[in-house]
Design a protein around this ligand. Structure first.
Ligand SMILES: [Zn+2]
Length: 490
């Protein structure tokens, strides 16, 4: 997040006096010969106008990779990596204790026919009680202090996942929470959370002291456990089929899919993969490819995907810049999380839907910046010839990887795990404005319209391998550093 106005020299002096000549990110001194840059501590949107107490000095290196993150987010990110370092499984309890110092405090309450009164922070809080017409269980909605909430190990035995938590954390910076987390107060009076733990954890990580909950009052734990299992099991098939990607599964796999979905247990790509291998006796490669196909088709058939109009398979007999095999070898191979993933379908850790939306958005930017109004084989003018160069076999292979590296740098994906989850996450709108700038910059590079009397450039860009076009890019200065503006054009 760039500052919205220039700082005066006096303001800069004031900030340096307050913070010292140190980078706010890690507290390291900024060497005298390096420039000092300035960045928002909290997101601009939360803080209103640029005020000095919300700005801090940072070093150039950190500033270049921070992207749209505020310094607060950046530090939260480093802290999250620390929290998960060591590989021990971490639960909601651990996270609350880490952020708030304590957790699972006992809540006292009084109940009458229509209301429940909770005592916390030295005062009574009154909520209307509702009754479930099926089970007779009573429940209420409340926004509660997190230190009173614990983890329901019995109903929710799974540990927190770092990647999911970070994606949701970034999601909640710009989005509201739609549905509350679900808790119960057990016979011993403990308030424990059993559904929606990642979204609760993400908000606590963002520093929120209260979370939104639906709370059941001493429900029968055994029945509730069965309900919870069913809600994530066979009953979910209805929502499976209502969902686009799940419709693809049903189309592609037919009876295999119905059989799998109605079987016992949690449903995921990995589960389905294992079902295809163990029950249907497919090879692992077959199972993987078939599952990938559902994801691919979902993206290509998305009616909002503008790049699909430029696929030869969709327009037979007309010259097109891209083919399905090429899109697989480039966008799909590099930008999708390789299947099968173990996240439960449509749970709050399943990001296939977001991944598809993200990739379609990026593909639209590419269609808009590279092809629309340019691709015209019938005219075959300068603009078309340029587009032909940009979309020749080796060129696409090389710039898709380049674009991925740039986006990884921008989103600060440093670990292998983060790079693998590339678009498998929620990405704020602001970042797509950056992505457009990156694409635009790649497409304005001179390699696309340099004179080529001997046909050498054309030949090197056309060679359908992973290295020839890349080495041409390097020679001509089309690199990550150039696109990110870290290096002057030669
Ligand atoms: Zn720094």
């Amino acid at each position: 997040m760039a500052l919205r106005r220039q700082l005066s020299e006096t303001e800069k002096e004031k900030l340096l006096k307050q913070h010292g000549r140190r980078c706010f990110v890690d507290g390291e001194p900024i060497p005298d010969e390096d420039p000092i840059e300035y960045h928002h501590v909290k997101p601009f949107s939360e803080e209103g106008p640029t005020t000095l107490d919300n700005i801090a000095p940072v070093c150039r290196r950190h500033h270049l990779t921070i992207g749209t993150m505020s310094l607060q987010e950046y530090r939260d990110k480093l802290e999250l990596e620390q929290f998960f370092a060591g590989g021990e499984p971490k639960y909601l309890d651990d996270l609350i204790r880490h952020k708030r110092g304590h957790c699972g405090e006992r809540i006292t309450y009084e109940v009458d026919d229509e209301t429940i009164v909770l005592y916390f922070r030295d005062s009574p809080h009154r909520y209307p009680l509702h009754t479930c017409p099926t089970t007779g269980w009573r429940y209420f909605y409340a926004t509660l202090p997190v230190e009173y909430v614990g983890n329901d190990r019995d109903l929710q035995p799974r540990a927190l996942r770092e990647g999911s938590l970070w994606s949701l954390y970034r999601h909640f910076i710009t989005n509201t929470q739609l549905a509350p987390s679900v808790c119960r107060i057990d016979e011993g009076g403990a308030l424990i959370l059993f559904d929606g733990q990642h979204k609760a954890a993400a908000q606590i990580w963002a520093g929120r002291p209260m979370i939104e909950c639906k709370v059941y009052l001493q429900p029968d734990a055994r029945t509730l456990k069965e309900t919870n299992v069913t809600a994530h099991g066979p009953l979910r098939q209805m929502s499976f089929y209502s969902h686009e990607l799940m419709k693809k599964y049903a189309d592609i796999f037919g009876e295999d899919w119905s059989e799998y979905v109605t079987s016992e247990g949690e449903k995921s790509e990995l589960g389905f993969h294992n079902f295809l291998v163990n029950v249907k006796k497919k090879t692992k490669a077959q199972a993987r490819n078939e599952i990938a196909l559902a994801t691919y088709n979902g993206i290509v058939d998305d009616p909002g995907n503008k790049l699909s109009a430029y696929l030869s398979e969709k327009h037979r007999g007309r010259k097109q810049p891209l083919s399905l095999p090429r899109v697989k070898k480039t966008f799909f191979q590099h930008m999708l999380m390789p299947p099968p993933v173990s996240d439960e379908f449509e749970s709050d850790t399943d990001f296939r839907k977001e991944e598809r939306r993200n990739l379609v958005r990026l593909m639209n930017i590419i269609a808009e910046e590279g092809l629309e109004g340019r691709w015209a084989p019938e005219r075959s003018d300068a603009a078309h010839r340029k587009a032909e160069r940009m979309f020749s076999a080796g060129a696409v292979r090389a710039w898709v990887v380049l674009l991925k590296d740039i986006i990884n740098a921008h989103l600060r994906h440093y670990t292998d795990q983060e790079r693998r989850r590339f678009f498998y996450r929620a990405i704020p709108d602001d970042d797509f404005d950056y992505f457009r700038t990156f694409v635009r910059k790649i497409f304005t590079h001179k390699v696309w319209d340099d004179p080529d009397p001997a046909g050498e450039i054309t030949a090197r860009l056309a060679k359908d391998d992973a290295t020839t076009a890349k080495s041409l890019f390097d020679e001509k200065g089309l690199t990550v550093q150039w696109v990110l503006g870290m290096q002057k054009t030669s």
